[in-house]
Ligand binder design. Structure first.
Ligand code: FES
Ligand code: FES
Length: 150
């Protein structure tokens, strides 16, 4: 099957039921996307498939045929961080950092659909992304910063 990862054409002829997360980490070696619960409950593995935030631990390879997959590795343009990554840095969001790639991908999907979300819309969109370090307030501040700049 053919699809794209961060605008690069790729082919895969392995197990169609294998989770996309396995492909990204084990075959592509792109370890920015994290394995957390493995059960669709934490959001650490969030990537985009055709612009929609999905849990890659619950997304079988067959679902990405012909699709554009975007991961945290595809967010910056060369050395230039995306607005969200810059806001994450400006607000010192990460603590241990484990959940943050998933948080950024979830936030990016929200802002692409809704560039000026209300606080409630931010909370609803980010609700399923768990941070064991409790960085929720800083996550919200970073998203607000980008929303204001939009
Ligand atoms: S690892 Fe996929 S949702 Fe937790
Ligand atoms: S920064 Fe540690 S889990 Fe979120």
């Amino acid at each position: 099957m053919k699809f794209q990862v961060n605008d690069r054409n790729v082919e895969f002829d392995g197990d169609n039921e294998m989770p996309l997360l396995w492909y990204l980490r084990d075959i592509e070696g792109m370890t920015g996307t994290k394995f957390g619960c493995g059960a669709g409950l934490c959001g650490a593995c969030t990537v985009h498939v055709d612009g929609v935030a999905v849990r890659s631990c619950q997304t079988p390879m067959e679902d990405v045929e012909g699709a554009q997959v975007k991961t945290i590795e595809g967010m910056a343009e060369g050395d230039t961080l995306s607005a969200l990554q810059q806001a994450w840095s400006d607000n010192d969001v990460p603590q241990c950092g484990y959940c943050q790639a998933g948080q950024i991908m979830q936030a990016a999907a929200l802002l692409s659909e809704n560039p000026s979300p209300t606080d409630q819309e931010i909370e609803e969109a980010m609700y399923g992304n768990i941070c064991r370090c409790g960085t929720y307030q800083r996550i919200k501040n970073a998203i607000r910063q980008v929303a204001k700049e939009a």
